[in-house]
Design a binder for this molecule. Structure first.
Ligand code: NAP
Ligand code: F7E
Length: 358
């Protein structure tokens, strides 16, 4: 059987990097789409890089952008992929409040552009499509009053854009018979998670505090609860979704939830530092009871205009149909992230402070 070809958008992101690694290990040829940037943005996949002068490299990267339809059509035509994984997105919730139009263009219309590329090029029978969707209807929103509004949560511009992406994927499946599936993935993290998501912000801050480079970690809502898994486990689920004979939508989640507060406590525990809490609301602080040192404070800048208090997924269908289950316990995920950040902090005296404040 000839080697399968996968095209991954967002290959320079957390999931793109893990997925590229997985598919290469399964014998695929992987073509990734990266954005042009004035500084290098391929750090997460540099270890997969192959000299383009080499004959027939198995991992290649192409410049592209989800906001450029002509570029996507050309790339799909050139690559003739068996599988497309659309992972590219403006994926940060807070940033989507600042750049709502761009977020809609990339996250919502970007998905449509890919589906249209498959349709226009007549690849509907050959190319399978995976859309990186996110949880929405199972979440609760503090400001949404009625149960009806709660069901159709409009928690953030990114959530709305991703809902469009979800439904247009379903629509192309039903209207044109495409093998197009959604993976509805609950939060998944790793040592290469973007530095402005809360888990990585915490683990980087813990490493910086340990080295004496920072005094305190500033956070927003400590009581938000998330269903956090490991990205390495989740990319296996994405691949399994596209191996099914029939396209469908699946939830990938751990089925357990933890608060930001618990994440903080566990992260400091890796240094042997206990955290206790005192005060309320914006005056709450986390301190080390052995010496009274305050290590965690609240900054209202990190509160969201609308917040999703609780995310908890039900992965039973993925288990039943795909045979997929997450395999990294929460405690192990936190330990791995703290450990990696501590090692990279020690190995570099230019550890960047910039993201700790996001
Ligand atoms: P990530 O680390 O932020 O990666 C996003 C990727 O998309 C990066 O490679 C980024 O390029 C690229 N990108 C952004 N805008 C683009 C554009 N206009 N054109 C082309 N590429 C663009 O996100 P992730 O955690 O890997 O998540 C992957 C996907 O899963 C995203 O769609 C995300 O919304 C979705 N998702 C993630 C989670 C999660 O918990 N991680 C949960 C549910 C759904 P640069 O590297 O140049 O920035
Ligand atoms: O926030 C709270 C914050 O930014 C988690 C994306 O991958 O998962 C991600 O979205 C929680 C929220 O992720 C800070 O208010 C407290 O309740 O890590 P996050 P997210 O918003 O859940 C979903 C499934 C996606 O699809 C998205 O692409 O933590 N929180 N203090 C904070 N969050 C941040 N970022 N920074 C804080 O200081």
């Amino acid at each position: 059987m000839s080697e399968k070809v996968a095209l991954i958008s967002g290959v320079t992101g957390q999931d793109g990097a893990y997925l590229a690694e997985l598919l290469l290990s399964k014998g695929y040829r992987v073509d990734g789409i990266k954005r042009r940037s004035s500084s290098f943005n391929s750090e997460r996949v540099d270890h997969l890089y192959e000299d383009p002068h080499k004959n027939d490299p198995r991992f290649r990267m192409h410049y592209g952008d989800l906001t450029d339809a002509t570029n996507l059509i050309r790339l799909v035509q050139e690559v003739q992929p068996d599988e497309i994984y659309n992972l590219a997105a403006q994926s940060h919730v807070q940033v989507s409040f600042d750049t709502p139009e761009y977020t809609a263009n990339a996250d919502a219309v970007g998905t449509l552009r890919f589906l249209e590329a498959i349709r226009i090029l007549g690849l509907g029978d050959r190319t399978r499509f995976y859309q990186a969707s996110r949880p929405s209807s199972t979440a609760r929103c503090r400001k949404c009053r009625s149960a009806r509004r709660r069901r159709f949560i409009r928690d953030r511009p990114m959530g709305v854009a991703k809902l469009y992406a979800y439904w247009i994927t379903v629509n192309y499946r039903e209207a044109y018979g495409m093998h197009a599936s959604n993976g509805i993935l609950f939060n998944h993290e790793s040592p290469i998670r973007g530095e402005t998501f809360v888990t990585r912000k915490i683990t980087r801050a813990v490493a910086a505090i340990e080295a004496g480079a920072e005094d305190c970690l500033w956070l927003g809502n400590l009581d938000a609860q998330r269903d956090w898994g490991h990205a390495r486990d989740y990319v296996e689920g994405m691949w399994r979704i596209l191996q099914q004979d029939t396209p469908d939508d699946y939830v990938l989640a751990t089925g357990e939830t933890h608060s930001v507060r618990e994440f903080v406590e566990l992260a400091f525990e890796q240094l042997g530092v206990p955290i206790e809490w005192r005060g309320e609301g914006v005056d709450e602080e986390g301190f080390d009871p052995r010496n009274g040192r305050v290590l965690v404070r609240i900054d209202t800048r990190y509160f969201r205009p609308t917040e999703v208090d609780l995310l908890l997924g039900d992965p039973s269908k993925a288990k039943r149909v795909l045979g997929w289950e997450h395999s990294t316990p929460f405690r192990q995920l936190v330990a791995e992230m703290v450990d990696t950040d501590m090692r990279s902090f020690r190995g570099s005296n230019t550890f960047q402070r910039r993201a700790i404040g996001e």
